[in-house]
Design a binder for this molecule. Structure first.
Ligand SMILES: [Mg+2]
Length: 339
């Protein structure tokens, strides 16, 4: 990968049962692994010991109610999410079914991916990377940029056929967002993601959405169903992007997806993970017929969950073995473990 980012830390969680099954989850980390591990070890793990691993709903409710004073968005929610994911993996293995079948089944054996680029801040570097991703077979590319010039150069590099999205990560006031959206309208963006600060101000998003032709996407920074209800009722988004490793797991994602459906909002989960959480999101995308799954566009020396879930020609195969259908490669963990 071009760009300067050489390190990416993530926190994986393994839950073992006395029946010999092990389930994997992933905590949304963003290099906060030490704080998250401490929260997990002191407040989450003790609640799990001795529980029936198939009682996902009860365990999740207990964790959420016990710890809600820590906040419904943030570190604790990330840890609860990872537990939910690991328990779904265990459930799939216990049932002898791949996760996507527990979630409703799928008609596709592969899911199309979009290449989610890191931030370059430079129109030339953005164009080069877009070109490379398109050559590798990606039919859709998302930039993480804030300069309108990068959108111009990305569109020139991508041609008219490739879907182009822009994620700005909450930089602007409503006035700035309006101005920039107007300048970007000629470049046919499939969506503009998180253009305003702060992310929970869904009314600013709603106002922007009414004033631009570019579809608005957001949702990776909300924590649970009630947040999404407020977002939908405000008319804030065309596309909603919950992260299953942040917003209370797969269980909550299913409820959010149903609510999105009722509000004619497209459900497109956020996924900036390369561990088990990526594969959980893959199963969810397969089962809910999500049109495109996000894939961090990065060259990895080792694919942490094995070669079978590595992107090929801008697509990824849906694992067919029970549960997640794959597990972190022990050699890769030994090689890259930092704590
Ligand atoms: Mg984003």
């Amino acid at each position: 990968m071009g760009g300067s980012r050489k390190a990416f830390q993530t926190l994986m969680v393994r839950i073992d049962t006395d029946q010999g099954l092990s389930g994997w989850g992933e905590v949304f980390t963003k290099n906060g692994e030490l704080a998250l591990k401490s929260v997990f070890d002191t407040h989450v793990a003790p609640v799990l010991i001795g529980r029936d691993a198939t009682q996902i709903g009860a365990i999740r409710r207990d964790l959420e109610k016990l710890h809600h004073n820590f906040g419904r968005v943030g570190l604790m929610a990330f840890c609860v999410s990872a537990v939910d994911l690991a328990l779904w993996d265990i459930l799939g293995q216990a049932a002898g079914l791949p996760l996507y079948r527990l979630l409703g089944g799928a008609t596709r054996s592969e899911v199309p991916l979009y290449a989610s680029l890191t931030r370059y801040g430079d129109p030339r570097a953005v164009a080069d990377t877009v070109e490379r991703a398109v050559k590798e077979g990606y039919g859709a590319v998302k930039l993480h940029e804030v300069l309108v010039e990068t959108v111009v150069s990305a569109r020139a590099a991508a041609g008219r056929e490739v879907a182009l999205m822009l994620d700005t990560n909450c930089p602007w006031t409503l006035a700035e967002a309006r101005r920039n959206a107007r300048r970007m309208e000629p470049y046919d963006l499939a969506w503009l993601e998180e253009p305003t600060w702060p992310p929970e101000n869904v009314h600013a998003l709603a106002e922007l959405r009414r004033s631009t032709t570019i579809p608005i996407a957001a949702g990776e920074n909300a924590g649970s169903l009630a947040d999404y209800r407020v977002m939908f009722e405000a008319g804030a988004v065309d596309i909603v992007q919950p992260d299953i490793a942040k917003a209370h797991g797969l269980s909550e994602a299913l409820r959010i997806a149903a609510l999105a459906d009722a509000h004619n909002v497209q459900f497109m989960p956020h996924c900036f993970m390369i561990g088990p959480g990526y594969v959980h999101t893959l199963h969810l995308a397969a089962a809910l017929e999500v049109p495109l799954l996000e894939r961090y566009y990065v060259e990895l020396a080792v694919e942490p969950l094995g070669e079978s879930v590595k992107p090929r020609n801008g697509r990824v195969a849906v694992p067919q073995a029970p549960g997640l259908g794959c597990a972190p490669d022990p050699d890769a963990i030994r090689l890259y473990r930092v704590g």
